[in-house]
Design a protein around this ligand. Structure first.
Ligand code: SAH
Length: 348
C-alpha cells in the first residue's frame, strides 16, 4: 500500500492525526505551511519540527510534487501542462492582457478536477474519454503549484476549475482543494479569484458555494429542457427548473454574480429566440452570461456559430440589460481551448 499523500489532507484531518500522535493541534498548521505555502520537497526540510515528528510524518505520508511532463506553448502565449497521474490530466496557463502594461493583466490557470469526465456533453472532447477517475486534493492543488512554478516570477492571479472533469461530481476532493488553495497556510489565493464551473449538479451547488466562498459558473448552453437534455445529458436528472432554483438558493454576498456559460453552436442554440428565452430564464438572478465560441476537435458533431451571430446574440442579451461577454478562444492551436482537453496526443 502506498502511503497517503500529506497534501490530500484537510486541516481538520491533519489536526486529528496530530491529536492521535500526541502533538499539539497547532502543529497541523505548521506542517501544512511547509507542505503548501513553502512547498517543502521533503519532511526533512521541515526544519522547525522535531526530528522525531519528521520521522513519524515520513513513516505515515508521502510528499511527492506533481511534475508536468509536456509543456506546449501556443502562438498566443497560452501554455498547456500535461500530467501523467498516470492517467493524462491537463492544465492550461492563460495570460490575458487587458491593455499594454495594464494593472488588470491576468494570469489564469485552468485546472482539472477529474481524469476524463462522465457527464457526456456532446460538444466536449473530454466527454469522449469517459470518467477515468476522480483526482485527489493533492492532484488538484498540485496542478496549481506546478502552474505557479512555471509562471514564476509572474504570479497566478486567477484559478478556474474549467479543465477536465465535473468538479461537483468529485465534491469532497474539490472542497478540500479549495480549502488548501484559499488558506493562509496553503496557497493563499483569494476565493474571489477562484471559479468553479459546474455542468449543473443542482443539489450540490448552494452547499458548495457556502462551504468554499469561491465564484460559481454554471454551464447552461440551452434554454429549454428538451434542447438542454440533448446537449447536456445530466439535464435529465436535474432539469432547468431545479437547476435555476439551486442557483437562486446560492448564498451570494452583495454585488457578486453567478456566471452562466453558453457555448455557441451553429443552428443548435444560437437563434434569436434562444437569446430571448435566456433573458427570461435568468430574470431576477444576479447573473452574467459568458458566451463561448465552440472550439472544434477531431470528430466533433457541432459547428461553431458564425461570429456575426455570436455578436448578435450578445447584443440581444445586452439590450435586455443582461451583462454578456464573449470568451475569446485561447490556445486553440495546441488543443488547449475550452472543451479540447482530451490529452489524446502529445502536443507539439
Ligand atoms: N464540467 C464543468 C467544467 C469543465 S468545462 C462544466 O461543465 O462546467 C468548462 C466549460 O467549457 C464549460 O462551460 C463547457 O461547457 C465548455 N466547453 C466544453 N466543450 C467545449 C467546446 N468544445 N467549445 C467551447 N466550450 C466548451
Amino acid at each position: 500500500m502506498p502511503l497517503p499523500d500529506l497534501r490530500d489532507l484537510s486541516r481538520a484531518a491533519l489536526e486529528a492525526w496530530c491529536a492521535e500522535a500526541g502533538e499539539p493541534r497547532y502543529r497541523a498548521v505548521q506542517i501544512l505551511t511547509w507542505a503548501h505555502r513553502k512547498q517543502a520537497a521533503s519532511f526533512d526540510a521541515m526544519s522547525d519540527l522535531s526530528r522525531r515528528l519528521r520521522e513519524r510524518l515520513a513513516a505515515s505520508f508521502s510528499l511527492a510534487p506533481l511534475a508536468p511532463t509536456v509543456v506546449a506553448t501556443a502562438a498566443d502565449g497560452t501554455r498547456k501542462l500535461l500530467f501523467h497521474l498516470p492517467e493524462p490530466v491537463e492544465s492550461v496557463l492563460i495570460p490575458q492582457t487587458e491593455r499594454a502594461g495594464g494593472a488588470r493583466d491576468r494570469l489564469t490557470l485552468c485546472i482539472s478536477s477529474q481524469a476524463g469526465c462522465g457527464m457526456g456533453c456532446t460538444f466536449c472532447a473530454t466527454a469522449r474519454l469517459g470518467l477515468l477517475r476522480n483526482l485527489r486534493p493533492a492532484e488538484i492543488v498540485g496542478q496549481v503549484a506546478a502552474g505557479q512554478r512555471l509562471a514564476a516570477p509572474a504570479q497566478l492571479t486567477n484559478v478556474v476549475l474549467m479543465g477536465m472533469g465535473e468538479p461537483l461530481a468529485n465534491y469532497e476532493a474539490v472542497r478540500t482543494a479549495c480549502e488548501i488553495m484559499t488558506a493562509e497556510w496553503g496557497l493563499a489565493i483569494s476565493p474571489r479569484r477562484i471559479t468553479v464551473s459546474t455542468v449543473g449538479l443542482a443539489p450540490e451547488i448552494p452547499r458548495f458555494i457556502a462551504e468554499t466562498r469561491v465564484n460559481l459558473a454554471v454551464s447552461l448552453h440551452a434554454t429549454t429542457d428538451e434542447h438542454r437534455a440533448r446537449l447536456v445529458p445530466v439535464n435529465r436528472r436535474y432539469p432547468l427548473k431545479e437547476l435555476m432554483a439551486a442557483c437562486r438558493a446560492v448564498p451570494l454576498p452583495r454585488r457578486k454574480r453567478i456566471t452562466f456559460e453558453y457555448v455557441m453552436l451553429a443552428g443548435e442554440n444560437d437563434a434569436d429566440a434562444d437569446a430571448r428565452r435566456l433573458v427570461r430564464l435568468l430574470h431576477g438572478l444576479p447573473a452574467k452570461v459568458n458566451l463561448i465560441p465552440f472550439n472544434p476537435f477531431p470528430g466533433a458533431v457541432h459547428r461553431p456559430s458564425p461570429r456575426a451571430q455570436v455578436l448578435r446574440f450578445q447584443a440581444l442579451l445586452r439590450e435586455h440589460g443582461l451583462n454578456a461577454t464573449i470568451r475569446e478562444s485561447r490556445g486553440q492551436d495546441i488543443q488547449a481551448a475550452c472543451g479540447q482537453l482530451a490529452a489524446a496526443r502529445p502536443a507539439a
